[in-house]
Design a protein around this ligand. Sequence first.
Ligand SMILES: [Zn+2]
Length: 160
Amino acid sequence: MVNRRYARKDKLIKEERHDTYRSRVKFLDGTFCPECDALYKGGRWVWGSIVTGEIETVCPACRRIKDRYPAGYIRIKGSFFRENREEITNLIRNIEDKEKSSRPLQRIMDISEEKGSTVVTTTGIHIARRIGDALYNSYQGELDMNYEEGQKRIRVNWER
Ligand SMILES: [Zn+2]
């Protein structure tokens, strides 16, 4: 039995949450994230050294990690993947290293097993697309990518 009051409350919480990621939050120059030390400078998040007196705010990537609210889902399956799991996982990790070094908000949240496939979740859309493209460019197979919520979320499926 569904309790309507709770169902409604749940929905409100989800919408509110959704808004925090959706709206273009204005950060002040010199804001830094206490979780990952990323710094907001010149209109974007960068890795930099923190100077005292800067403003502390959790960055959007750390907020997604805390809330377990990914921007990208990559579902990977197939016998070729199972046979080459280690190599393919390394490729994915290398892409993360490369992306993250210049874009602090593009990170892998988690790599987990789910009903016969491996699911990689990410804090950003861009890195999810980069991983999908790299899988396809390196190993072909079948790739599809779908945006959701007006391009605020992406689902990538790769199978080989
Ligand atoms: Zn952070």
